[in-house]
Write a protein that binds this ligand. Structure first.
Ligand code: 5RP
Length: 222
């Protein structure tokens, strides 16, 4: 079992009957969905879920996990997802995929937000390894790019996987991948929240409640 899977299995074992569980997106979230499905099958665990992405909903339904539409849900018991970067104070960077908007919506609406990682995701500051994704309304990208530059950052429009077109999120937004030399996440979060034309961004500040880090057969919980 790899470290991500170890963290996912551990978290899945903490889910109890009657919970409404938010499903994240990515390879780690996939391990969690598989572990939940196994508990449902073997232990008759009774849960409902809501998904942060079409792809996770497809996977969960294929494994017979009940998935509610996001429109049916006002609050969740727990949202469980991976992350691209995690700092010691539980600030996250997310959004390498195309589902940032729903990921942050579910994380914000949940009583608890559990983050599943391996040690490669631990960083000393956000933006250390990856750019900060900023989802923008398609027609606003130049205006937002200028505002990012005024803040001292620089950014480029994300291309699709083939590099022959622009990346479009599941929400229909374009993505600016931004770099900032130095700015604390609290300040940057506030600035990005206030730029018109920004739909959502990848800094998850004060949302995560527990970090599960799998490493060599042991899961450390913070
Ligand atoms: C997608 C995300 C993912 O949670 C993040 O990219 C981690 O992915 P993985 O579990 O595949 O390492 O934020 O938007």
């Amino acid at each position: 079992m790899n470290d991500k899977q170890l963290a996912a299995e551990y978290a899945a074992n903490l889910i109890t009957n009657g919970m409404l569980v938010g499903l994240g997106t990515g390879s780690t979230a996939n391990y969690f969905i598989e572990a939940l499905a196994r508990r449902q099958h073997e232990e008759h665990l009774r849960i409902e879920t809501v998904s942060s992405s079409p792809i996770s909903a497809v996977k969960a339904r294929a494994l017979n996990i009940p998935v509610l539409a996001i429109e049916q849900v006002a609050k969740l018991d727990v949202y469980v997802d991976g992350a691209d970067e995690v700092t010691a104070d539980k600030t996250l960077l997310k959004g390498r995929g195309a589902d940032l908007v729903r990921e942050k919506l579910l994380a914000s609406a949940s009583a608890e937000f559990w983050v599943l990682i391996d040690p490669s995701k631990q960083v000393s500051h956000i933006g250390e390894k990856s750019p900060i994704p900023i989802e923008v309304m398609p027609f606003s990208w130049q205006l937002v790019k200028h505002q990012i530059e005024v803040l001292g950052g620089h950014c480029e429009l994300r291309l699709n996987a083939n590099k022959d077109g622009l990346a479009v999120t599941s929400h229909g937004s374009l993505v600016l991948d931004a770099h900032f030399d130095s700015m604390d996440p609290d300040t940057l979060n506030g600035h990005l929240n206030s730029i018109a034309g920004v739909v959502e961004h990848g800094i998850f500040y004060r949302l995560a409640t527990k970090i599960f880090c799998g490493y060599q057969e042991v899961v450390q919980v913070n």
